[in-house]
Design a protein around this ligand. Structure first.
Ligand SMILES: [Mg+2]
Length: 416
């Protein structure tokens, strides 16, 4: 019992924290090369089709943002310093950050290379209130790794994430439970993770620009603007959301599986079918605004022999191109084991919300092109249905034709 308040229950603790490293990749590069301090530094591909993966704060003050084409960034800052990404190095430092978090707080949910949610309610007895725990974590990361981070705190993970964005750079903002709606009210609706341009446009049709205005329109209008996410966003806007750790992604995997009446005996035919499945899984991911870290291929022969093989992607993705590359590679490795195929399945696992990963903007324009193409295909499939639209490579794999069935690649040459 709380002795400070004579009546009623103690005030609710804003014990869900969101810790986010500031301009992570760029901060690491500046730390490792102090000569870069104060300069507009970006991490990303330097080629003509390169894209900004991370921008230092001096670069941001010049209007440079991640996902921006490198050519645009160069125009904004002719003195731009472009550093090629070092993924393995960032992952190592990420593990050190997570180790620091785990040394203070038992409940840590890492959601990307540079972000985690923490439930600090159990750590209060040892380390104090959320404000003090946030300060301790940021100070320790600064002292041990020489890197800046920001923390948001709230009674809800969604609000904690919004608060950390408001606290940047190198700050912290803990929102008291009773002031949640007040804190959110003046912010643009786009501040909510997962409210993308389409949802923003939908809300603007009802005159809604700020989170506070969400509370002023009827729930039927909100449902029209946001679809199935409307109730969740309504709770967020009025401060009643209490979603904690481990709730964002309910399904740990998604996929598709098919059994055929007649066995498949033609290797090209199998490859064509699993390619279609990979595209289907990628589409499911994009619909759910998810990315996957792992893809799984399952094959069964008529005698019941089942092979399940998985492949871990170097970056979480919702790209059909990426998924099909991996399932086809798995198939090529295993095809000699199964001469006849009765069942095949493709599954994506280790899912994450797309908006929370820094890899949502893939590092090269090659994947960027595929992403745009796939988004356009999603729209077409939504309008016209799956049968009207297939990739050329999928069709060219039909049995009896002499055409090669490899995916067409815009930038890679055939290898011997
Ligand atoms: Mg970050």
């Amino acid at each position: 019992m709380d002795a400070r308040t004579g009546t009623g229950s103690p005030p609710e603790v804003p014990g869900i924290l969101h810790l986010d490293m500031d301009a992570f990749f760029a901060s690491v590069e500046v730390r490792d090369d102090p000569g870069l301090r104060g300069l507009p530094v970006v991490v990303g591909g330097a080629g003509a089709r390169g894209v900004v993966a991370a921008a230092s704060y001096p670069a941001r003050t010049r209007g440079i943002r991640s996902a921006m084409p490198m050519a645009t960034a160069r125009r904004l800052a002719p003195d731009l310093v472009i550093v090629p990404p070092r993924g393995g190095h960032y992952r190592e430092i990420s593990a050190q950050v997570m180790e620091i978090l785990g040394s203070v707080v038992a409940e840590v949910e890492q959601i990307s290379v540079d972000e985690a949610f923490l439930d600090v309610r159990g750590a209060r007895r040892l380390f104090g209130e959320p404000e003090q725990i946030a300060a301790l974590l940021r100070r320790t990361i600064r002292e041990e790794l020489d890197l800046p981070s920001s923390v948001g705190g709230s009674v809800s993970r969604a609000v904690a994430k919004i608060a950390s964005a408001q606290a940047k750079p190198d700050g912290q903002l803990i929102v008291p439970a009773a002031r949640t709606a007040e804190f959110l009210a003046p912010l643009p609706v786009s501040a909510v993770s997962g409210i993308g341009p389409k949802a923003v446009a939908g809300l603007e049709r009802f005159g809604v620009h700020t989170i506070g205005q969400i509370r002023e329109i009827p729930s039927s209008a909100l449902a029209r603007a946001l679809g199935p996410r409307a109730p969740e966003i309504a709770h967020l806007a009025d401060g009643s959301d209490r979603t904690g750790l481990g709730h964002r992604v309910r399904d740990k995997s998604l996929g598709t599986e098919r059994t055929w009446d007649e066995d498949l005996t033609d290797a090209d035919e199998v490859r064509r079918r699993i390619t279609v499945m990979a595209d289907d899984v990628a589409r499911q991911l994009r619909r759910g605004e998810l990315v996957a870290r792992t893809v799984v291929l399952k094959l069964r022969s008529p005698d019941g022999t089942t092979i399940t093989r998985s492949s871990t992607l170097d970056q979480p993705t919702a790209s059909g191109e990426r998924l099909r590359e991996h399932v086809v590679a798995l198939w090529e490795r295993e095809r000699h084991r199964l001469r006849r195929i009765r069942l095949a399945g493709v599954r994506a696992t280790h899912l994450e919300p797309e908006a929370s990963t820094p890899y949502q903007h893939e590092l090269t324009a090659r994947s960027g092109q595929w992403r745009d193409l796939e988004a356009a295909m999603d729209r077409a499939v939504d309008r016209f249905g799956t049968t009207s639209l297939s990739r050329g490579s999928t069709l060219s794999g039909a049995p009896g034709t002499a055409q090669r069935t490899d995916a067409p690649s815009p930038s890679e040459h055939d290898r011997p």
